[in-house]
Ligand binder design. Structure first.
Ligand code: FAD
Length: 291
């Protein structure tokens, strides 16, 4: 099923709830991750998206993403969305990946540029995610989603410039959007207003994570630059040396964000579960009646 049809069902009034998972990293025990995914799938989210390495289609880098997406769709019977980066992919490689996805009955792709990284050789076929989006829509019937950034993408000159670039993704055929993580809902609402004003009219799922350790938040802030509200910083400072307390506080904080978002009529929640069945289950328990 195409993800946009989940949002566009007649009389749709509920919030779409999706979970993001990642495939096993090189040398990581596959069994543990597969067991975790089984537990996450048992929560029956509307769909599960599966990340990919920044290398994208290069050198078979998408194989783990396709394998996990296939497991989710064909074994667990949950709709799936495979992430696909293009920064180091040729058109031929993307076509091969699309064919493999189709063979596994996968109908949705999150079309991404990927981060620019000195360790990854860039190819010239796709400069931006919008180029990949247009290419997929021209050569396949797989539906494309895109990434967006409530605080603006780190390379963009301004939030407005980033929003106008985002509009190019929609014009290229992107049917739904998923936001980068944020910890301050006011930033999301402001982004949403601006996006709607310039004609970005597709469903936008809010990206939420439950922070469960101090190192996790440090890594994330350095990677995605999400700003941290004072009450969030206070929470980390208070519980950083008590892992269980920090985990519970992180889950409570994310729950509060989600309750506010659903009450405000958000299209969807995209929960970054970090492959933790415990955290996914706790969040799901807290909000399932709201969905
Ligand atoms: P783009 O949309 O191409 O934007 C990149 C930059 O280019 C932005 O600053 C934008 O404003 C600018 N831009 C776009 N078009 C133009 C134009 N025509 N002219 C000038 N400037 C332009 N990374 C992974 O490696 N694997 C993953 O699985 C993964 N999953 C993600 C999931 C989500 C929900 C999000 C939000 C991000 C994810 N990322 C992932 C990270 C993503 O690859 C990076 O944030 C990357 O730097 C940008 O990707 P993009 O698709 O948003 O790029």
């Amino acid at each position: 099923m195409k993800i946009s049809t989940l949002y566009n069902k007649p009389n749709q009034s509920r919030t779409i709830f999706a979970i993001e998972a990642f495939p096993p990293k090189k040398d990581a025990p596959v069994e543990r991750i597969y067991a975790a995914l089984g537990e996450i799938a048992a929560l029956k989210p509307d769909y599960i998206s599966v990340t990919c390495g920044a290398g994208g289609s290069d050198a078979g880098g998408n194989a783990p993403t396709i394998a996990v997406s296939s497991l989710i769709k064909n074994t667990y019977g949950i709709e799936t969305m495979a992430h696909l980066t293009c920064v180091s992919s040729s058109k031929a490689q993307v076509l091969t990946t699309l064919e493999a996805l189709r063979e596994h009955n996968i109908e949705n792709v999150l079309a991404l540029r990927g981060d620019i990284n000195p360790d990854i050789v860039r190819k010239k076929d796709f400069q931006y995610a919008s180029n990949l989006t247009a290419f997929i829509n021209e050569f396949s019937d797989i539906e494309t989603a895109g990434a967006c950034y409530p605080e603006g993408h780190s390379e963009a000159q301004s939030i407005n410039a980033d929003l106008h670039n985002l509009k190019r993704k929609i014009d290229a055929g992107c049917k739904t959007l998923i936001t980068q993580v944020f910890f301050d809902n006011a930033l999301f609402y402001s982004f949403l207003d601006k996006a709607r004003l310039i004609g970005i009219d597709v469903p936008i799922a809010a990206g939420i994570i439950a922070v469960t350790s101090k190192s996790q938040i440090e890594r994330m802030v350095s990677m995605c630059g999400a700003s941290l509200p004072a009450k969030f910083v206070k929470m980390i400072a208070k519980y950083e040396s008590r892992p269980e307390a920090l985990r519970d506080a992180g889950i409570a904080y994310a729950t509060e964000q989600i309750v506010d978002l659903i009450s405000s009529g958000v299209d969807g929640i995209h929960f970054y579960a970090m492959n933790s069945p415990y955290v996914a289950r706790k969040i799901h328990e807290n909000i399932k009646a709201l969905l």
